[in-house]
Design a protein around this ligand. Structure first.
Ligand code: RB5
Length: 145
């Protein structure tokens, strides 16, 4: 894989966890594009979900990882951007399967749902799985259409 860039973003609920994830994936050889926010004032997750998604949809970054309280709102915003397939994961099996079967290019998680240890395992599962193609490619093409 040539593009080793991952965009990270969140709302105010997840700033510290985002930094933990950034350090974790940098240690594994990924280049992190952290687009904030960096201060804890309340903000609006759709802004950050859309901004991260645009980095992936444009090809600037191979993957995106986004966080909010539940992971749900920021995922909904990201999925409004053409070409984005983002799933919320709370377990490692789902994180592998959204890559293997859905060719997900973004992962969302909820910092008020999960502990950091599990979140890092979910990130690892997402980044180590490969899209299987074949019949799954037909279905992904249907999503995109
Ligand atoms: C912010 O309070 C909260 O609504 C947000 O982080 C997220 O959980 C929304 O889906």
């Amino acid at each position: 894989m040539t593009n080793k860039r991952i965009v990270l973003s969140s709302d105010h609920a997840a700033i510290e966890t985002r930094q933990t994830i950034a350090a974790h994936i940098e240690a594994k050889g990924w280049e992190v594009v952290d687009i904030g926010p960096t201060t804890p004032e309340s903000t609006h997750y759709p802004i950050h979900g859309q901004a991260a998604a645009q980095h992936v949809a444009s090809g600037d970054c191979r993957f995106g990882i986004i966080l909010c309280g539940t992971g749900q709102g920021i995922m909904m915003a990201a999925n409004k951007v053409q070409g984005i397939r983002c799933g919320v994961c709370s377990d490692t099996f789902s994180a592998s399967m959204i890559r293997a079967h859905n060719d997900a290019n973004m992962l969302s998680m909820g910092v008020r749902v999960l502990g950091e240890g599990l979140m890092l395992d979910i990130v690892d599962a997402f980044l180590s799985a490969e899209f299987e193609g074949g019949r799954h490619a037909t279905r992904v093409d249907m999503i995109e259409a």
